[in-house]
Design a protein around this ligand. Structure first.
Ligand code: PEP
Ligand code: MG
Length: 560
């Protein structure tokens, strides 16, 4: 029987594969032993040696992750290393060993458990989630201690993984990891050629597992009550990493609602050479998406969602940090255009680090352009970083959630004023068309703009008053609705009359069936996730060929 579960969508993508169920780890268990007074020094020696080994292991892990995923993800292991090397850990554990006459395991467990409990008491979700670091350090330390035999002059243990490498089963079938909770070490050690999705019973949107899953491009859903009771090893599971929906043992009729699934193997990327008449740009969420963008031979970056660089780090980035990211991307694109969207925070992309008051209706609230107008320093800092990066190549600045021409003008002016003293390179400015009022003001807006991009994800949400993240109303979220296509036709007509380039960066553009219709409207550029660039190019190539044949046919009819 098919079973539908739902949780928090933490990493985008839809995937179907068999479940690999991980049994929960025994982090809570510890072998406590009473010791004699003369054993105190021996236990202290074991503890110090274990700490040194764990610290070494975490450094290696951090270096590997820095190479494979990026420095933001590697920082997780640096933070854990700092916990392991905290002098207070040894001091407190030593006191416990001496006072209570217990082994190193029991002392380390007590100290780290105490830290963890203190962290969990703090009324701050971000800090509570960081308690996972303490659990991870505790787990590593206990594992290593278990490998350091007594007496201490026995050969040094090498650190084995403290959980079996579950995903490497000798076969290469795609699998979805199903677990009660994941630790960052588990996530990065996954073989991404085999693991195509992650489901966990516990964990928040800012948990490390979430951050890493996103960086690795694996669809993931967390916070699914009863997950482990519902999924048995080897069962097929469908994950919708956009809506948070999880379908265990999906029926044939359900699968038919996801036509892309059967044809789209998320493990493979189809590389198709660029075509002159139709540009296919990449949507990227962070600098970590660049290798895939290159592989896919993107014509440029059509949407860089810069807010995710902040969200994954859970803090504001200063001008130099932002510049460093932007310039690396612009340089890497080697003269191809890079469209950097200024921060689209708020709504479903909650900026916890801004400590804004809770809102009743955040999607209609303080987000995107409005939030930037309320926090001009955010825009000013970002504008300066972008302007500096534009010295390295052509940059387009995209303004999110614009409601009318006045709002776009005000933000563009703020950008200009903040960057007056900067020697910038080629910079173009354009609004997103993702709010219906902006579409109605298209002519006025485009007259102030160099280009524009259509964000169909939000445009559908706001036009039909349908939450884009709620599976209960997913039926009304219809990218084929004729009213939407009337709006798109009007937008393209205006843009083409005014000779202003307009691309589409919403998900609609990655649906191959939509490409011929978009081309018919006059679209000559779209921006999609790097993995889909090849497929979209193929669709565009055949649509253009058919259109050319039709033109020839019509011409010959006129001549005869
Ligand atoms: C959109 O709304 O279509 C869009 C591309 O922006 P985002 O998905 O980041 O809201
Ligand atoms: Mg949007």
């Amino acid at each position: 029987m098919e079973k539908r579960l739902s949780g928090i969508a933490i990493s985008d993508g839809v995937v179907l594969a068999r479940a690999e169920v991980l049994q929960s780890s025994s982090v809570g268990e510890v072998v406590a032993r009473d010791i004699a007074t003369e054993d105190i020094e021996r236990e202290l020696g074991r503890l110090k040696r274990a700490i040194a080994l764990v610290a070494d292991d975490l450094r290696n892990l951090s270096e590997r992750v820095a190479e494979r995923v990026g420095s933001a993800a590697a920082a997780i292991f640096e933070a854990q290393r700092a916990i392991a090397l905290d002098p207070a850990l040894v001091t407190e554990a030593e006191r416990i060993i001496r006072d209570q006459l217990v082994n190193a395991e029991a002392a380390a467990w007590q100290v780290l458990r105490e830290y963890e409990l203190r962290m969990l008491e703090i009324d701050n979700a971000a800090l509570r989630e960081r308690a996972a670091d303490l659990i991870e350090v505790r787990r590593r330390l206990l594992t290593v201690l278990g490998q350091i035999s007594i007496p201490t002059d026995s050969p040094q243990p090498s650190i084995a993984s403290d959980r079996p490498p579950k995903q490497r089963r000798g076969d290469s079938h795609p699998i979805i990891i199903v677990a009660e909770e994941l630790f960052p070490g588990d996530t990065v050690s996954f073989d991404t050629n085999q693991v195509v999705g992650i489901l966990t019973e516990h964990g928040g949107p800012a948990s490390h597992a979430a951050i890493l899953a996103r960086a690795l491009g694996i669809p993931a859903v967390t916070g699914i009550p009863g997950l482990l009771d519902e999924v048995r090893p080897g069962e097929p599971v469908l994950i919708n990493g956009r809506t948070g929906e999880v379908i265990v043992r999906p029926q044939r009729e359900t699968l038919s609602l996801y036509p892309g699934l059967s044809r789209f193997d998320p493990l493979r990327i189809q590389v198709v050479e660029p075509i002159r008449e139709f540009s296919v740009y990449a949507n990227i969420n962070s600098i970590e998406d660049m290798p895939l963008t290159h592989l896919a031979k993107a014509d440029g970056i059509g949407l860089y969602r810069t807010e995710f660089e902040f969200i994954i780090r859970d803090r504001l980035l200063n001008e130099d940090e932002q510049y460093d990211l932007y310039v690396r991307i612009v340089e890497a694109m080697n003269g191809k255009p890079v469209c950097i969207r200024i921060l689209d925070l708020g709504g479903d992309k909650a900026a916890r680090f801004l400590h804004l008051p809770p809102e009743e209706n955040p999607v209609l609230g303080y987000r995107g352009a409005r939030l930037l107008l309320g926090h001009p320093h955010l825009l000013e800092t970002q504008a300066r970083a972008i302007a500096r990066a534009s010295m390295a190549g052509p940059v387009q600045v995209l303004y999110p959630m614009i409601i009318d021409a006045q709002q776009f003008y005000t933000l563009r002016e703020l950008f200009r004023q903040a960057t007056q003293d900067i020697n910038a390179g080629p910079l173009a400015h354009g609004p997103m068309f993702e709010v219906p009022s902006a579409c109605l003001a298209a002519r006025e807006l485009l007259s102030l703009a160099d280009f524009a991009s259509i964000g169909t994800n939000d445009l559908i949400q706001y036009t039909f008053a349908v939450d884009r993240n709620n599976e209960l109303v997913a039926r009304d979220y219809n990218p084929q609705h004729p009213i939407l296509w009337t709006m798109l036709a009007q937008l393209y007509q205006t843009a083409n009359e005014m000779n202003k380039p307009v691309s589409i960066c919403g998900e609609l553009a990655s649906n191959r069936q939509m490409i011929p219709r978009l081309i018919e409207l006059g679209a000559r550029a779209v921006s999609v996730s790097p993995r889909l660039i090849g497929q979209v190019r193929l669709a565009a190539r055949s649509a253009l060929a058919i259109a050319a044949k039709d033109v020839l046919k019509n011409q010959s009819r006129i001549v005869s």
